[in-house]
Write a protein that binds this ligand. Sequence first.
Ligand SMILES: [Mg+2]
Length: 216
Amino acid sequence: MRVGGESLGVDVERVAVAREALGPSVLLMLDANEAYESDAGISAARAFAPYDIFWFEEPARWYEGASVWKRVANEGGIAIAGGEQAATRWEAADLVDSGAISFMEFDCMRTGGPSEWLKVAEICNRANIPMVPHHGPHIHVHLVSAASNGLLVEVFPDPAEYAPDDELEFTRWDRKLEMFSKYPKIVDGNMVLPETPGWGFELDDDAVGRLAVPNS
Ligand SMILES: [Mg+2]
């Protein structure tokens, strides 16, 4: 659940409503996308902590450094997730060594590919940090399944929840799904690992041609 776009008071109300609707047994994670400056991140974490938050993701600005995330973790009372912006295993290792994060989100689709991701997974394994990669579940589901410290994959909202002209159009999952003629299924919150050779998805050439943005 995204936080940091509203005042803290409004966000706490939103989180409270979400927790009440979900009940106690569903994991709830918050993603600030680096919205807070350091002390504001700590205050926010303290305000969200009573709602049983599984992790608080990218709580503060990247340019303040991982030591600020560590302060949020130590003083805010919620485990921190991060690493979706890390470009290499060395950047990811710095994050691990800083002690700031409890969950690693390294994204093999941004940089590095599966080989780099698996190296990051091993670095994290030594520190008992689970892998929870950012987005790209049709790729990451294989890696999470291959790593002994793979925990879960991230999927953006179900298109059935949104009208076609919804303001969330940019992130609409069906716009992305439209590119595929074959795609792993999600059943009861679990992505089913394809039991076929290769990645288990196929691109729809017509849709790719229709959706492509001209590079000019
Ligand atoms: Mg994120």
